[in-house]
Design a protein around this ligand. Structure first.
Ligand code: C2E
Ligand code: MG
Ligand code: MG
Ligand code: MG
Length: 288
């Protein structure tokens, strides 16, 4: 397959590209095998209520533990999985595993939300609503505890069609987030029509917040979420300064290395235990 640089553009194959393509093909073969051999795990990054610094839930983030290469990041293999339809079995495994974990963590009356990333291919799949419904039922999890994340570019792609699908998901009872907000192209008119609960402000805005213009941008996004009546989630919080600023600006929720990196199940479990008994002592903590 020739690399596409846009509609109507051609790229001539050169030897370097040949190497890249065979790398990709190899990765595809390995990915197929990895699904059969279950080389994936979910990591969980806690999400905090910024006003009281309590954990409100987790975002599930997939990891591929490759037998030779070690940890392969999702930005490398998710696009390949999407191109090859492997995203369907993989996506179902992610949903099932994250829902099972949410059920475990909410036993005994906790009310944690599990955020799950949906790829664009999954979102457009005709079977999505069935898959979601079955997965929630199978794991006896209330859809109210599930928050599905979709990137801005996926939902803006075919906005009218997206509204339909988003409404169907809301009918099931699940919550919805726009992920990586600010990195794509959003029509504010559509944003208003989407039945979304949360808007996740991309990390690139949070880490430029110490500059005047960066802060103005975050301020503007927060004013918009407030007028839309939805919650804002700051992604990629790395410093206590950022926490303080976001608190002053009334940003509702946040996640990032300042609080915690994504954790394996066991470590996330330990964090929760500790969090339940202690008062949240995150105040002056530096990123680890
Ligand atoms: P995302 O959904 O926007 O996830 C946030 C990414 O930012 C995660 O990277 C997370 O580890 C990272 N992150 C969190 N806090 C910080 C911070 O303070 N500083 C920095 N520098 N990074 C931070 P990760 O896990 O590598 O995932 C990358 C992307 O891959 C995700 O972006 C998402 O688009 C995709 N992805 C991950 N897991 C899944 C999945 O289960 N399904 C699908 N479809 N996509 C996934
Ligand atoms: Mg996400
Ligand atoms: Mg994001
Ligand atoms: Mg992202």
């Amino acid at each position: 397959r020739a690399k596409s640089t846009g509609p109507g553009n051609y790229v001539v194959f050169d030897p370097q590209m040949h190497a890249q393509v065979s790398d990709l093909l190899q990765l595809e073969t390995e990915l197929r095998k990895a699904i059969q051999q279950k080389e994936f795990v979910l990591y969980y990054q806690p999400i905090y209520n910024l006003a009281d610094l309590r954990i409100t839930g987790f975002e599930a983030l997939i990891r591929w533990i490759h037998p030779e290469k070690g940890m392969v990041p999702p930005n490398v293999f998710i696009p390949i999985a999407e191109e090859t339809e492997l995203i369907n079995p993989l996506g179902e495994w992610i949903l099932d595993t994250a829902c099972r974990q949410a059920r475990k963590w909410n036993k005994g009356g906790r009310e944690l939300t599990m955020n799950i990333n949906l790829s664009g291919v999954q979102f457009k799949d005709k079977n999505l609503i069935n898959v979601l419904e079955n997965t929630f039922r199978k794991n006896s999890i209330s859809p109210l505890h599930i928050n599905l994340e979709l990137t801005e570019s996926v939902v803006m792609g075919d906005a009218e069609e997206s509204i339909n699908t988003l409404n169907k998901i809301k009918k099931l009872g699940a919550r919805l987030s726009i992920d990586d907000f600010g990195t794509g192209y959003s029509s504010l008119n559509y944003l208003q029509k989407f039945p979304i609960d949360n808007l996740k402000i991309d990390r690139s805005f949070i880490n430029t917040m110490e500059t005047q213009s960066g802060q103005e941008l975050v301020r503007a996004i927060l004013a918009m979420t407030q007028s839309l009546g939805i919650k804002a989630v700051a992604e990629g919080i790395e410093t206590w300064e950022q926490v303080k600023l976001l608190q002053e600006l009334n940003c509702n929720l946040g996640q990032g290395y300042h609080f915690s990196k994504p954790l394996d199940e066991e470590s996330a479990d330990a964090l929760l235990q500790e969090h339940n008994t202690d008062s949240p002592a995150m105040q002056e903590k530096e990123p680890s």
